[in-house]
Design a protein around this ligand. Structure first.
Ligand code: GUN
Ligand code: ZN
Length: 428
């Protein structure tokens, strides 16, 4: 691909404004984004850059360009079970989720859901995600093949769950062998990455948790992805099974699963000891607000996680989450903050949904900030996507428009999604 340029309003928040202040915010009311071979060459003021790129064809785009969203926790096999009525976590898994995941033994089914799922991510402006598959290795093949075809940055892995239900479990040996085979098959292909994925402490034996720790140590380019401290009944069951562990995090720690490549979804009910340990270890939290509200799990304490310096990303956690939209998810994150007496700043919200998420996935050098040299994944936001948004944002300041998008916006506000400089979704 040769050089191309996009002229539009540009915004990116590569550093956390709660640490870096105003300097973290890169905004150009009349900006130019220059792309070559899928990478950002320049991001700045049109008037400054135009002379340098005078020969480059320019497409003028109506709207606000921001980095593509990074969803740090989502389950593709749960796509068809979103909005499942009536239960909290453990019963919801038994009644709705395990039966749905058992269907992924059929590769054709996995292929069809993976295609819909990735297209739905793109329709919502999400260009990168850390994704749960199922216990079946071929569920990962289906997702990775579909992601490769779309050139998306997807990190996933076969779920380890040797204590799972009859229809949906592996063994220590098949879990290890399946993981090794997938890593060998997919390493270095496209923009894919692997995550060693024990479902949670309750669905793996001690021997399988130890094996997951060994796999993580043996593959320095892999992440570790699991659930932690989501629901009170879950936490009580973990405490009953591991009476000598200091807390839920310590269960994972004992098996070598807590480190800078570890991403833990939820982390709602952790105390200061566990959060301090996560901060020291460089581990990350995927904050999943719509899921935490839908399952009645609890209110994540962002300020306390911040106080311990824990890396934070945002996850939709579909199918417990109720929207694929990271904008809608940020709206619920704001409301959870309000319940805890803290108002999430709109620039920080955008940071968490982009560069902050990239950092939790160890990808901050490649995505999330639209910095020169980074991959050109970006979204064109439409502040006038609905009559109400148009009315609310008319004449509004940048921060006010951003906040309105966060509270009122969803897939309707995504007019285009670009993956590695190529338009992958355009709203009809
Ligand atoms: N804990 C273990 N499995 C799951 C899951 O599929 N979804 C959620 N939200 N929590 C879990
Ligand atoms: Zn989850």
């Amino acid at each position: 691909m040769s050089l191309t340029a996009f002229r539009a309003e540009l915004l990116s928040v590569p550093e956390d404004p709660s640490r870096g202040g105003e300097a973290a915010i890169r905004h150009h009311a009349d900006g130019l984004l220059v792309v070559e071979n899928g990478l950002v060459v320049a991001f700045g003021e049109h008037a400054d850059l135009a002379p340098r790129f005078a020969e480059v064809p320019v497409e003028t785009l109506p709207g606000l360009i921001v980095p593509g969203f990074v969803d740090t926790h989502i389950h593709y096999p749960q796509t068809d079970r979103i909005a499942a009525y009536g239960n909290q976590l453990l019963e919801w898994l038994e009644h709705h989720i395990f039966p749905a995941e058992a269907a992924f033994a059929d590769r054709g089914h996995a292929d069809r859901v993976a295609a819909f799922f990735l297209d739905e991510l793109l329709r919502n402006g999400t260009t990168s995600a850390l994704v749960f598959a199922t216990v079946h290795a071929q569920s990962v093949d289906a997702l990775f093949e579909a992601a490769l075809a779309r050139d998306m940055r997807i990190v996933s892995g076969k779920v380890l769950m040797d204590l799972g239900p009859e229809s949906l479990h592996d063994s220590v040996e098949s879990g290890r062998a399946g993981t090794e085979a997938l890593i060998a098959r997919w390493r270095g292909r496209g923009r894919l990455g692997y995550a060693v994925t024990p479902r949670f402490a309750l669905t793996s034996s001690d021997a399988q948790l130890a094996s997951a720790g060994d796999l993580l140590a043996a593959h320095p380019d892999a992440l570790m992805h699991t659930h932690l401290s989501e629901n009170r009944a879950e936490i009580a069951a973990v405490a009953a099974r591991f009476p000598s562990a200091r807390d839920y995090l310590d269960v994972y720690d004992r098996f070598g699963l807590v480190g800078p490549r570890s991403v833990f979804a939820h982390c709602i009910h952790l105390d200061d000891r566990a959060l301090a340990r996560m901060g020291t270890a460089g581990a990350s939290i995927a904050f999943c607000p719509t899921s935490n509200l839908f399952l009645g799990s609890g209110l994540f304490d962002l300020a306390r996680a911040d106080a311990h310096g824990v890396k934070i990303g945002i996850g939709t956690d579909v199918g417990a989450g109720t929207s694929f939209s990271m904008l809608a998810t940020l709206g619920e994150a704001y409301k959870i903050g309000q319940m805890r007496g803290v108002s999430l700043d709109p620039f920080r919200a955008l940071h968490l949904a982009t560069a902050g998420g990239a950092r939790t996935l160890g990808l901050a050098d490649r995505i999330g900030g639209l910095q020169p040299g980074q991959e050109a994944d970006f979204v064109l936001l439409d502040c006038a996507a609905t009559p109400l948004l148009a009315r609310r944002t008319a004449g509004a300041t940048l921060v006010d428009r951003l906040f309105a998008l966060q509270i009122l916006g969803d897939d309707r506000a995504i007019s285009r999604t670009y993956v590695a400089g190529r338009c992958a979704w355009s709203r009809p």
